[in-house]
Ligand binder design. Structure first.
Ligand code: SF4
Length: 189
């Protein structure tokens, strides 16, 4: 059985020596990438682009039971220039595709995209001439949330997957040739 703290003989405790150059109280080493990633990931500003039933699930995600505010994302932005997370929820008709793309292009870098539900991901059950068969035909997508409709827990999971990406993304990623190539493949400069 472990001894209570008061009975531990101080002579039993062996302190490891600090590596040279690491002495001093309150010393904490990290990287700029990690600090900025942590701050960004816990203060995402989502732009909800909700067109149909999946949007209703999103409303439940914002409600008191599921409470997206726990993830620092309660500040919805209906202005693309003040948003960094585009959440596309619902069926996107081909006529609406240019508007969605314009919203994406108006968002400043760095920005991330979630396709919520089968319709946004692949057109869902609407395999028809009028429906876009997935938003990744017109803009790059970071996370796909499956389901028709997905439950609020799944939407929360999608947001957490985005947080993982944001936390671990290098500050240089947006200037790298691979990223520019990705945008170029969508015809975005
Ligand atoms: S995936 Fe299902 S629930 Fe979501 S918008 Fe499409 S039809 Fe509606």
């Amino acid at each position: 059985m472990e001894k209570p703290e008061s009975q531990v003989d101080k002579r039993e405790i062996k302190l490891a020596k600090m590596p040279p150059g690491m002495e001093g109280q309150g010393f904490f080493a990290t990287t700029l990438d990690s600090v900025i990633g942590l701050a960004r990931s816990n203060s995402m500003w989502p732009l909800p682009f909700a067109t149909s039933c999946c949007g209703i699930e999103f409303m439940a995600t914002m409600g008191a039971n599921y409470d997206l505010a726990r993830f620092g994302s309660e500040r919805m932005s209906f202005s693309p220039r003040q948003a960094d997370l585009l959440m596309v929820m619902g069926t996107i008709a081909k006529k609406m595709a240019p508007i969605l793309r314009q919203v994406y292009e108006q968002m400043a870098e760095p920005k991330w995209v979630i396709a919520v539900g089968a319709c946004a991901t692949s057109g869902g059950i609407f395999d028809s001439y009028s429906v876009l068969q997935g938003i990744d035909r017109i803009i790059p997508v970071d996370v796909y949330v499956p389901g028709c409709a997905p439950r609020p827990e799944q939407i929360l999971d999608g947001v957490m997957r985005i947080q993982d990406l944001v936390k671990n993304e290098s500050l240089r990623r947006r200037n790298q040739p691979e990223y520019k190539q990705l945008l170029a493949s969508y015809g975005i400069e």
